[in-house]
Design a protein around this ligand. Structure first.
Ligand code: IMP
Length: 192
């Protein structure tokens, strides 16, 4: 079975590929000749995930899934949330975003946060969503070089390291995307 994962983020493809059964062949946007920016204009994580999956189905006619992730920080009223990618501006730079987050939290004592991933699956003409949440705190400094995005400043509950200090297998096991992907895999396995 061929399924498009509507992303060109190689980190995400690596994370998800390691969780998907090998009988499901994952194709990236590049693999299907999609080089344009897939629109994500909704103001919710779920809305954007659905929009991306629907766009690929409509324009490329592939069964596919898309994910959208946001980091929701309690002391910032849930920000950056759906705007996580462009928190520090349209350049969508992870370093800038992380620095801005640390700045915004400088005088805050409550540093609790959660990552939320919604995966929207477009399969056989219907759309279904899967949600994964990982709770933790935002550290005061960056730690670690692995992973991507906000990983160096996110320490999941019950762990002493940030995501950027963890092996991918551990991040996948406890992380937001891993949790959503496991539900996706279970659904696909039951279907086939
Ligand atoms: P998107 O799902 O690619 O739109 O991600 C939104 C923003 O959250 C981007 O800035 C990503 O770098 C960041 N992000 C998404 N997933 C993760 C993750 O697993 N760890 C750290 N940052 C992430």
């Amino acid at each position: 079975m061929k399924l498009v994962f509507a992303t060109n983020n190689l980190n995400k493809i690596k994370e998800v590929q390691s969780l998907i059964p090998s009988k499901i062949e994952l194709l990236s946007l590049k693999d299907i000749g999609c080089f344009e920016d897939v629109p994500e204009t909704h103001n919710t994580i779920e809305g954007n995930a659905k929009q991306k999956a629907e766009y690929i189905k409509e324009h490329y006619n592939y069964d596919c899934f898309a994910d959208d992730t946001g980091l929701e920080v309690k002391a910032l009223n849930g920000e950056p949330g759906v705007y996580s990618a462009r928190y520090a501006g349209e350049q969508r730079n992870a370093e800038d975003n992380t620095n801005k987050l640390l700045e915004q939290l400088q005088n805050k004592t409550d540093r609790t946060a959660q990552f939320k991933t919604v995966i929207a699956l477009h399969l056989n003409g219907s759309l279904k969503t899967f949600t994964g949440i990982c709770e933790g705190i935002i550290t005061t400094e960056k730690h670690g070089k692995k992973g991507f995005g906000y990983d160096p400043v996110f320490k999941p509950n019950d762990h002493n390291n940030t995501f950027a200090e963890m092996d991918l297998s551990i991040k996948n096991n406890i992380g937001h995307r891993g949790k959503a992907v496991k539900q996706l895999v279970q659904f696909l396995t039951e279907k086939n």
